[in-house]
Design a protein around this ligand. Structure first.
Ligand code: CR6
Length: 814
């Protein structure tokens, strides 16, 4: 990409200008933050012309726009990504270096915007990266939370949450547009009235409203010249709202109501996959969706746009159920505001929404109580009822003798309380419904939404998740990136399938040595970081065994722990036992209200402490659990991994994406046949993957036959011993109460069959131990994992969305 800044001198000049005129300081007095701002602004400026041009061209082309609606975007740091996208990394480094400054210090000044919980939010960030790289006209819409995912700290091994004030020092990447605020109404009632043409109409008379202020972010494509937009909404109080109260003379109340309005975008709900059904959360959802639709219809499509043309011009992709309230909102706009007849409006909506489901857990499927929805969004509730009435009438024609089936498909659930099933609403109106990995999509069709897939077989499809190679190898693993480029040439970062060209090199000793040396270097880099960041000291000549993901019972961090305790006990029993030294690395946040998950964190830390203090295992076992795992830490941690733990119970993890990042960086997976593990196994081959555990049909059969975890406990001496140690207080200074709830829940319920899978897991881990001793063979497998991970690029996911769902085409920026 031609660039006027890719000359070091020019870059330096520009940087100093930004420092002087943007920050108002001269170099000798500049703080770290000044330097970071000046550098960010220098890069930003480079992208800005491209950005305006992209938007301009996309408008002119009247191309179909992909509108990604997501309540979460877990972006990670922006500076390096912007440098990489614009090809300015080397220039910037040289310029900074030339000024006698330290690039790493500047990088580390950036606080990542953690506007997401985990996989779903990170997926959205990868997708907008790929959309820009593939030159697709696209906008991401979401919420500019003032506080993102909490910062995790440990006190005495227990998780303590701190507010994530990522905006304290401001953000040089955002462009606020207060003049483009959008009004969002809430509550009140609806009224019928007669229109001029004598037809009955409905209007919504709301009670209160807030303003949504857009903040724009650039989403640079990787060396394409295209820069798309991410538009996040921030809530402000309206003046009218305040005036009304001020005029009543209650100044304090007025200020309080301002705070009330601004609460809407205050904080990200920290539950991953387990919505709590809170009123403020529904407010957030409607808030961002209402702003986004209004913005798209008026500003993006421009004045005079005929909404009947919507299906040609847009596809609204619903990232899980969080934005599904967009469906009745668009219906409301079309019917109440644009005077389009109901059936025609519904027909439009049926073409321009598509829904991605990200879960199989019943507790993760959002439902909103009718009472709450009716109170907050009375018109939307009416619309949902009418959509449902139409739908049930249609079903009764199709299934005249099967009222039971008709009711089970109703968008309205009757028990335990009347509530709107958002996934059903999205399925009924959406043009397409997709799962996020082959197995997940199959289970959606066969189980979770089986009645719907029987009725609309063509509506259902799969798009396996992906990850952006730019961030997760290009930025995260520069040494491996360089080796790959030296070996197969340039260009693979946007054509990840080309990694197969590495396959022949898996048998080349020189290549394997270079590859192994990079792993060693990455382990060293991680060790250095953890020592600085957390005071954790890691042995380096050990296997790095990594489990990084949200803490969830279905993901089975406790199964991992049982393995660690078993190894520890084997060594205690036989101190001369020859095992491969291992560092067990954990990264995991638990939802603040998820008690057993927080206990599990405490248990991991407790086991770690005991192992650390036991000279018998010194240098052979080490548990490291750095607090506050986030995108930034992932970028150093993942490239250092040798073994990737993907051990969820089959049929529970929709896809997983950490599994892909680890494989791409040359870690071998130990995993179950769950989520995208199935496809990773297919891609890399059984010889390069440690498979264990029950299959989904077997899991189903065990549940059906009445699962007895105690039987597994009693019949397995090593399991008995491991769990027995936890129960007896071996990791809690003799306190038997400390972890009793974890032990009891495993022995009496064990919802996720950890005990049933224990033996198979331990055997697989023993195979890992053996395999790791053959360094050459292990490295060969690791290289093959890299070579065969091309499929898991989010560019491929986006291409699948384009082919199977969106039907949109690229538009060049120039
Ligand atoms: N928690 C799935 O559990 C999947 C991501 C992205 C999740 C995970 O397996 O990889 O979505 N689901 O598709 C939800 O958030 C509801 C997740 O991140």
């Amino acid at each position: 990409m031609p660039s006027d800044l890719d000359d070091v001198e020019r870059f330096t000049e520009e940087f100093l200008k930004r420092l002087q005129f943007g920050q108002g300081v001269a170099l000798p007095r500049a703080t770290k933050n000044d330097l970071y701002y000046a550098l960010a602004r220098t890069v930003r400026q480079q992208l800005m012309a491209r950005w305006l041009e992209t938007v301009q061209r996309q408008m002119q082309a009247k191309a179909k726009v992909v509108v990604y609606l997501s309540a979460e975007y877990l972006l990670g740091r922006q500076l390096d990504n912007a440098l990489l996208a614009s090809g300015l990394t080397d220039t910037a480094e040289a310029a900074i270096d030339g000024l006698g400054l330290d690039m790493q210090t500047i990088r580390d000044t950036e606080v990542e915007p953690g506007l997401g919980n985990g996989g779903l939010g990170r997926l959205a960030a990868c997708f907008i990266d790929s959309l820009a790289t593939l030159r697709i006209p696209a906008i991401g819409y979401g919420i500019r939370y003032e506080y993102g995912i909490f910062r995790q700290t440990f006190e005495d091994g227990h998780q303590v949450e701190q507010p994530d004030s990522w905006l304290t020092l401001g953000s040089p990447w955002e462009f606020p547009h207060p003049e483009m605020g959008v009004k969002v109404p809430f509550a009140g009632h609806t009224e019928k009235y007669l229109g001029e043409d004598g037809r009955e109409r409905t209007r919504w008379v709301n009670d209160w409203e807030v303003i949504g202020v857009p903040y724009n972010y650039m989403v640079p494509g990787y060396r394409t010249g295209n820069v798309n937009t991410l538009r996040l909404w921030s809530a402000r109080a309206t003046q009218a709202f305040d005036l009304h109260v001020f005029n009543n003379g209650d100044y304090l109340q007025a200020v309080r109501s301002q705070a009330f309005a601004e609460n809407i975008s205050k904080v990200l709900y920290p539950e991953d996959s387990t919505p709590q059904g809170k009123e403020l959360r529904l407010q957030q959802q409607y808030f961002f969706v209402a702003c986004s639709l209004r913005d798209f219809l008026t500003n993006v499509m421009g004045p005079g746009f005929d909404p009947r043309k919507l299906p040609e011009r847009v596809i609204f992709q619903l990232n899980d159920t969080h934005p599904v309230i967009a469906i009745p909102e668009l219906m409301r706009i079309l019917v109440d505001e644009k005077d389009i007849p109901w059936d025609e409006a519904l027909d439009i909506c049926r073409q321009c929404f598509a829904y991605t489901c990200h879960t199989l857990l019943p507790e993760a499927l959002e439902v909103w109580p009718v009472e709450l929805l009716g109170r907050l969004l009375p018109r939307h509730l009416e619309i949902i009822f009418r959509i449902n009435d139409d739908f049930l009438a249609e079903l009764r024609e199709a299934y005249p003798d099967d009222e039971l089936r008709v009711r089970s498909m109703s968008i309205i659930q009757e028990h335990p309380e009347r509530a709107v099933r958002m996934a059903y609403l999205a399925t009924v109106v959406g043009a397409k419904v997709n799962g996020v990995a082959e197995l997940h999509s199959q289970l959606l069709r066969d189980k979770v939404l089986s009645d719907f897939s029987a009725y609309w077989p063509d509506k259902f499809t799969n798009v396996t998740n992906g990850i952006t190679p730019r961030r997760f190898i290009g930025l995260a693993n520069p040494a491996l990136t360089e080796l790959i480029t030296d070996t197969i040439g340039d260009g693979w970062l946007r054509d990840l399938g080309r990694l197969v060209e590495l396959e022949p090199h898996a048998d080349d000793p020189a290549f394997l040595d270079a590859f192994a040396a990079i792993k060693v270097g990455n382990r060293k880099r991680l060790a250095g970081l953890l020592e600085r960041r957390d005071g954790i000291v890691l042995p380096q000549d050990a296997m790095y065994d990594v489990m990084v993901k949200r803490l969830h019972e279905y993901k089975r961090q406790t199964l991992k722990l049982l393995h660690i305790v078993t190894l520890y006990q084997r060594l205690q029993e036989n101190p001369d036992l020859d095992i491969v030294p291992r560092v067990f690395l954990f990264g995991a946040k638990a939802a603040p209200g998820y008690w057993i998950a927080k206990q599990t964190i405490a248990l991991i830390n407790a086991v770690g402490r005991v192992i650390d203090n036991d000279p018998i295992v010194a240098g052979r076992l080490k548990v490291a659990f750095p607090a506050n795992y986030n995108v930034t830490l992932a970028e150093t941690l993942i490239p250092a991994a040798d073994l990737s733990e993907q051990i969820s119970l089959a049929g529970k993890e929709a896809s997983g994406t950490g599994n892909m990042k680890l494989a791409l960086n040359g870690a071998l997976t130990i995993g179950t046949l769950d989520g995208a593990n199935v496809e990773i196994l297919q891609a890399v081959g059984e010889e390069n993957f440690f498979l264990f555990g029950l299959t989904e049909p077997q899991v189903h059969a065990i549940y059906e036959s009445g699962y007895q975890p105690r039987e597994y406990f009693q019949n397995n001496p090593e399991l008995r011993k491991a769990l027995g140690a936890i129960a007896s207080g071996a990791f809690s200074d003799g306190n038997r109460e400390a972890f009793a709830p974890i032990v009891d829940s495993l022995l009496h319920e064990d919802r996720f069959l950890a005990l049933a899978d224990y033996q198979s897991y331990i055997e697989a881990q023993d195979r890992v131990d053996l395999a790791y001793r053959d360094t050459r063979a292990w490295n060969r497998s690791a290289v093959l994992n890299v070579a065969r991970s091309g499929f898991f690029s989010s560019d491929r996911s986006i291409q699948d969305y384009l082919d199977r769902i969106w039907n949109a085409s690229p538009v060049d920026a120039s």
